[in-house]
Ligand binder design. Structure first.
Ligand code: ARG
Length: 656
């Protein structure tokens, strides 16, 4: 029974009933099963009667009656639901029975023994060696060891996940931060669900800008030093200087152009400089990843340079197969054409009616530029080579690009070209998991103090600092509360790191990823609302309630894990239903790539728990079996929160 989410279980039962009524017509079988919009309509609804009535030429309410009569909702001798109700034109309202709900939750197995919690970012240290991050990855996997009985999907996919992808010789910006946080949550979730996730950090490490840098550093030393942040600042300043000189000094400009060719041709001196820039940049990125607890390792880097020796073949193939003069392949439906435009080689995309699919602001055709007149390849050429590599060599079933929405047109064009070239057959899903901007308090794109780049390290430091202040406030507020935790300095540091970093991550994850959001310290660190501090506090509180109850009973964990659940109290039932819906929530997040849905779920769960705790005292329960049942609810609530937060990439703390 635990092998299925509630939604899937009901969907299966109703689909079978509808199939019986509809005969062989499979088009009508979708049971249109969804969660009820309001509690008065039950827990779920089946809205298939209307469509089925059309098919059968009958009245929807009559068909709803027939579905109700035909559906088998027994499970091991109990009815899954209360008697079904038909509402309005033929909606079937479904309310799960308490007996079933209680048993469904009771089938969640105890957590596997000794699941060590990961040590990663908690102390705020910034290890920068990749072995350490390897350890970190194992650490987080262990923290997801308690699967709450969720089996892995029966048909695992190979999913290529392109995320983070900063550019070397530059600071990572908040867009990269958002992409890293979102991508990492998706990586964890998809892996947890049972898929094979192949992380690809498509680092911007190639292109003409390196010509200028190499020419510059042929005359100056590459900045170095302990402080990776300062080193990147210095490199950025040098780049600005090199750019100025490029415009003013023809000899330097010539040297820079030449350097691009030298680098791409493998010249040792040019490569040396590039490698140094790489090493400095990578160190800074890794510091940020470590602070965030991101699961990216050096092995996940497949930067633009990786595709260098595939670019010519990629572009040549397109030219050969799709240029109008070269006897282009016959194409029916949408098609593409490769031809020169103002000296550059471009891919033009047309719809079935022959109209250009993409236009520029002036209304002209907007192509993908794949090779400049001087022979240089571009961002899009690399992406074309990459999509081919991902499908053909990495054998992806699904390729997900976690990139800002500014690039959505680039990706639409890329996907269309890859399809038309036959490099990505229809069975492979290509997806842009786009995201909006992070805005400053002024509502404009978030920038650093002087309008320059935001220093992510400073931002994360500030988050931890503010979290520490928040904890002092918590202490003041609950003076006299016997549940109050007393933390030593060490623990306090750890908690502040979890809360501070967690708050930054949660802010990214809890917003619909497609929308822009305002980065507001007070909001993201608020102790009330859909925030990390609230969630972490709720978790720590449930744990403390559980611990105290166990102590009072003179026992230790696990206590109450075997208790039967009656769910007589409405608040208790509401919490039980919420807990049971964790599975379908994860299924949605994995299918739609929507971490905010998980955040919303966890927030509701925390609220349901608080209402439960108010209505159903645990310590002061009227009798022993009730207390045990309530403790079991505490245990399940805490474990669900911990797992959910773990999927978001947020470490929980036992006390706060
Ligand atoms: N480096 C790019 C940037 O900073 C992002 C690359 C995203 N991935 C890709 N396959 N294009 O904007």
């Amino acid at each position: 029974m635990t092998h299925n989410s509630l939604l899937n279980l009901l969907r299966g039962r109703f689909a079978a009933a509808i199939a019986k009524l509809a005969g062989d017509d499979p088009s009508s079988v979708d049971p249109q099963l969804r969660a009820a919009g309001e509690p008065r309509f039950g827990d779920y609804q089946c809205n298939a009667a209307m469509a089925l009535a059309k098919l059968l030429g009958a009245k929807p309410r009559d068909v709803a009656q027939q579905i109700v009569a035909a559906v088998d909702l027994a499970e091991d001798g109990v009815s899954v639901v209360e008697p079904l109700e038909i509402a309005g034109p033929g909606f079937i309202n479904i309310r799960l029975s308490n007996a079933f709900l209680g048993r469904y939750l009771c089938e969640i197995p105890a957590p596997p023994a000794a699941s060590p919690t990961a040590p990663p970012t908690a102390d705020g240290a910034a290890p920068d060696r990749s072995e350490q991050r390897g350890a970190l990855r194992t650490g987080w996997q262990a923290s997801l060891a308690d699967r709450l009985g969720m089996p892995p999907v029966s048909r695992p996919q190979r999913i290529v996940l392109d995320y983070s992808s900063p550019n070397i010789a530059k600071q990572m910006h908040v867009g990269h931060l958002r992409g890293t946080i979102l991508g990492d949550c998706l990586a964890r979730t998809l892996e947890f669900v049972g898929h094979t996730v192949i992380r690809q950090n498509h680092v911007g490490d190639w292109g003409t800008q390196f010509g200028k840098l190499i020419a510059w550093y042929t005359e100056h030393p590459v900045p170095a030093g302990d402080d990776s942040d300062a080193v990147l600042d210095a490199i950025e300043a040098d780049y600005r200087a090199a750019n100025k000189r490029f415009d003013a000094d023809p000899a330097f400009a010539a040297a820079a152009r030449q350097a691009v060719g030298r680098l791409q041709g493998g010249d040792a001196a040019a490569r040396e400089i590039w490698q140094r820039l790489y090493a400095q940049s990578q160190r800074a990125f890794n510091e940020v990843y470590a602070r965030l607890g991101a699961t990216l390792t050096d092995a996940d880097i497949r930067g633009e340079s990786f595709y260098n020796d595939r670019l010519a073949a990629t572009v040549d193939e397109l030219r050969r197969r799709f240029s109008p003069r070269g006897g282009a392949e016959a194409q029916t439906g949408p098609r593409m054409e490769v031809r020169e435009d103002q000296g550059a080689l471009c891919v033009f995309l047309y719809d079935t009616t022959g109209q250009p699919c993409f236009r520029n602001a002036e209304g002209g055709e907007f192509p993908i530029m794949i090779q400049k007149s001087d022979g240089a390849f571009l961002y899009a050429s690399t992406d074309l080579a990459a999509v081919r590599y991902r499908v053909q060599e990495l054998k992806a079933d699904r390729v997900i690009y976690v990139i800002g929405n500014e690039q959505s047109r680039h990706l639409q064009m890329l996907f269309m070209a890859a399809r038309l070239a036959g490099w990505a057959p229809e069975r492979v899903r290509l997806e842009h998991a786009g995201h909006g901007l992070v805005l400053g308090p002024d509502g404009k794109k978030l920038t650093g103090r002087h309008g320059g780049s935001v220093h992510l390290r400073a931002l994360l430091d500030e988050a931890v600092e503010r979290a520490r202040a928040l904890m002092e406030e918590i202490d003041r507020r609950r003076e006299g509360d016997e549940t109050a935790a007393t933390l030593d300095d060490e623990e306090r540091r750890r908690v502040a790191a979890c809360v501070g970093i967690g708050a930054v991550k949660y802010a990214d994850l809890s917003h619909d990823r497609n929308t822009d959001y305002r980065f507001d310290w007070d909001k993201l660190l608020a102790l009330k609302g859909n925030t990390a501090p609230y969630m972490l506090y709720a978790y720590a509180r449930i744990r403390s309630i559980y611990r105290r109850a166990a102590e009072r009973a003179g026992t230790i964990e696990p206590y109450g894990r075997e208790a039967a659940l009656e769910l007589g109290e409405p608040a208790e039932r509401a919490l039980a239903l919420r807990l049971a819906r964790f599975r379908e929530t994860i299924e949605v997040v994995a299918a739609d790539l929507t971490p905010n849905v998980l955040c919303g779920y966890l927030y509701e769960l925390a609220g349901d728990f608080m209402r439960f705790y108010e209505a159903c005292p645990v310590l002061a329960a009227p009798d022993e079996s009730t207390r045990l049942a309530r403790m079991r609810m505490c245990d399940l609530s805490a474990r669900t929160l911990k797992l959910g937060l773990g999927l978001l990439g947020i470490e929980t703390v036992e006390r706060m």
